[in-house]
Write a protein that binds this ligand. Structure first.
Ligand code: ADP
Ligand code: ZN
Length: 218
């Protein structure tokens, strides 16, 4: 299955996409994570992306589109993929469609993860990420007071762009550039909406139900 996970920052796309990737055995492609890896290893791409990410702005389309096309052309994507955080603009969506069509591939479903604005901000400010395995935790949900990742022992850190000053800019970018993608994919009859209001395991169960996938033991 070729899938896109859409949703505002903090909606829970990454967590659900990670779980689904494990269940289906297809790669989870998070553009935010690719950028952050490039920032931490100090590549040219990382240096460029950091200027935008630190302000809560989007990285320019041509850079992002080129990066995703290269990733999707890798062999492990042939049997399906989950895009998380891409496309984020109409230009990216059109470029993705054009690229996939030229390869005789297509997007099967777009999962829009929906959460109210107040909860989005609360989830972002309470989010901590494992510096090693990149799993995401929430201070209000998980017992992680010792700041150590329960899965791998890595240090739990707050993303710089989860600081309150940057969140407003990310939300503004979402409303202006990304929200129009909802109508774009409704028009293509690909959109399914999933409620993320309740607990995280419910979100994943809702994703599976929306896609008609039988869960393992979730
Ligand atoms: P979130 O969905 O919580 O905002 P991500 O990890 O998906 O987090 O993205 C972090 C940042 O990386 C974004 O705020 C943006 O600056 C940049 N980014 C990620 N994906 C894209 C994209 N498709 N186009 C432009 N910028 C992107
Ligand atoms: Zn970890």
């Amino acid at each position: 299955m070729n899938l896109i996970f859409l949703g505002a920052p903090g909606a829970g796309k990454g967590t659900a996409a990670t779980k689904l990737s494990g269940l289906l055995g297809i790669p989870h492609i998070s553009t935010g994570e690719i950028f952050r890896n490039n920032i931490s290893t100090g590549t040219e791409l990382g240096k460029l992306a950091e200027q935008y990410i630190s302000k809560g702005s989007l990285v320019p389309d041509d850079v992002t589109i080129g990066m995703v096309k290269a990733r999707l052309s890798e062999a492990d994507c042939a049997g399906g993929f989950i895009l998380d955080g891409f496309p984020r603009t109409l230009k990216q969506a059109a470029a993705l469609d054009e690229y996939l069509e030229s390869e005789g591939r297509k997007i099967d479903r777009v999962v829009d993860i929906v959460l109210s604005e107040a909860k989005l901000v609360e989830r972002l400010t309470n989010r901590r990420i494992c510096a090693v395995c990149k799993l995401s935790y929430n201070l209000k949900v998980h017992d992680i007071n010792d700041s150590v990742c329960p899965a791998c022992g890595g240090a739990l850190i707050m993303r710089d762009d989860d600081k309150e000053e940057v969140i407003a800019a990310r939300m503004a970018a979402y409303h202006k550039d990304t929200e129009p993608l909802i109508d774009y994919y409704v028009g293509k009859r690909k959109l399914v909406r999933v409620n993320s209001e309740e607990v995280v395991s419910d979100t994943f169960a809702n994703v599976l139900a929306a896609l008609g996938i039988k869960g393992a033991d979730q």
